[in-house]
Design a protein around this ligand. Structure first.
Ligand SMILES: [Zn+2]
Length: 438
């Protein structure tokens, strides 16, 4: 892993690329530094006397955002684009350019130093036994169309080695994860089909139990965990080198997965239940310990609901109040006349959003529990609506998170693990398990 990073860095030097990506970005802050990994704990005063002005935390965060690979486990932009299509089925947003709405577009990804977003191929639960595979294929086709229109700036990647190569080339590595296993449609051949289409993780279930697994949101507990076929799907994913994603699963299904899986698993967009007691969508401490034992990674979700249980309950109450207010005026939430009322309502609330610091609290919690090798980033950008913390509103704001990690005393090698190293290690291990199968 380290060798890969170093060779990418060397390659960029040989090719004369000042930084691996966005050579138009000013790199003054890094001039005079010979090591890519200066200790974060070093005070600015301790810099070499001839190294120019001392680097501020802000500058260090910007430098890291450019030099490290930032991999995000879950960005819901495909579904956002699909939902926004016009009547003729044409896309109404071009994420290759700056978009007005949404949390992801390529210029903002560049500004934030994002290198490898997992685009979520999200298949709503209603498609179970109702055209799920066709819908997944449609979303993948759509993403392929966006990538094809990028003139090589974006590339669909399907391995850690390719992610590293693309970083060195200054290209954005688009990774594909399937959210909801419904498209498997009862056939292992469909797992192979999805793998061939570059899907590299499957979130086994979404908001309802499906034929593979129970969901944390569904009280039926259909299989009391994984179904028998779900276990076969996990084995097939291990055989192929596809990561199993445990986000959204019930606790029983999670423990089934770590029992069955021969490869590390990920939670592509879950946070710590410690901060949201009784909410099964996040992971309990016992689950995080079991995940770590399996070699896996929990990728922290940035949505306010995921970060702060008390805030989630307060906002739920406020949402009900707002709903009643609109109902009184006989307005639906999407009515044009509702907009000023909704805006005025939230303008009076000063703690609607969680904080950047809280995201770091979640990272800290995992680190204290199981070490820094098992935590990563899974923003859920474009998937959690208007609930993102101040300072982490979109893909341009990862440097704020890096600065907050530096402020908490995280070293640069540890920040590299959190930004991508841990997930790439788990993924490489999954590839190795698949190779052992052959
Ligand atoms: Zn989700």
């Amino acid at each position: 892993m380290l060798r890969g990073v170093r060779s990418a860095w060397l390659l960029s030097l040989l090719l004369g690329l000042g930084c691996e990506r966005g050579s138009s970005e000013p790199m003054r802050v890094a001039s005079g530094q010979t090591s890519p990994a200066v200790s974060a704990r070093a005070e600015p005063e301790s810099a070499e006397p001839d190294a120019g002005p001392p680097e501020t935390r802000e500058q260090a965060a910007q430098r890291l955002a450019r030099s490290l690979i930032i991999l995000d486990g879950h960005i819901d932009v495909p579904y956002r684009l699909h939902e926004g299509r016009d009547r003729a089925g044409k896309l109404t947003e071009n994420v290759l350019e700056r978009t007005e709405g949404g949390d992801f577009d390529v210029p903002r990804a560049r500004a934030g130093g994002l290198d490898a977003p997992f685009f979520s191929i999200y298949v709503p639960a209603r498609y179970e036994k109702n055209g799920a595979k066709r819908f997944a294929d449609e979303l993948i086709d759509m993403v392929e169309g966006v990538v094809a229109a990028s003139a090589g700036a974006l590339v669909i990647a399907n391995s850690p080695a390719q992610v590293r190569r693309l970083k060195a080339e200054g290209k954005l590595a688009i990774l594909l994860g399937l959210e909801n296993g419904s498209p498997v449609e009862g056939k292992l051949a469909n797992v192979q089909h999805l793998f061939a289409r570059n899907i590299r993780y499957i979130t086994l279930a979404h908001s309802r139990d499906n034929h593979l697994s129970d969901s944390s949101y569904d009280q039926r507990r259909t299989h009391r965990g994984l179904s028998a076929f779900g276990e076969k799907v996990v084995a097939e994913m291990n055989r192929l080198g596809m990561l199993v994603d445990v986000s959204h699963l019930s606790d029983e299904a999670f423990f089934d997965v770590v029992r069955v899986s021969k490869a590390p698993v990920i939670a592509s967009h879950s946070s710590c239940r410690h901060f949201t007691p009784d909410w099964q969508r996040n992971m309990s401490d016992d689950m995080i310990r079991a995940l770590a034992k399996n070699g896996g990674v929990i990728q922290i979700n940035f949505g306010s609901d995921f970060l702060d249980g008390e805030l989630r309950l307060r906002n739920r109450k406020r949402g009900a109040e707002l709903g009643a207010l609109l109902a009184e005026k006989k307005l639906g939430p999407k009515d044009a006349r509702a907009k000023p009322i909704v805006e005025a309502f939230w303008a009076k609330v000063d703690d609607r959003y969680s904080t950047l610091d809280k995201v770091v609290d979640h990272i800290d919690h995992v680190v204290k529990l199981v070490g820094v090798e098992h935590v990563g980033l899974g923003s859920d950008f474009d998937g959690v609506g208007d609930s993102l913390p101040v300072g982490l509103k979109d893909v341009s704001e990862y440097p704020n998170l890096l600065r907050a990690l530096l402020e908490r005393g995280y070293s640069e090698p540890d920040i590299e693990k959190i930004c991508s190293g841990n997930v790439l290690r788990a993924w490489e291990r999954a590839e190795a398990v698949a190779a052992e199968h052959r």
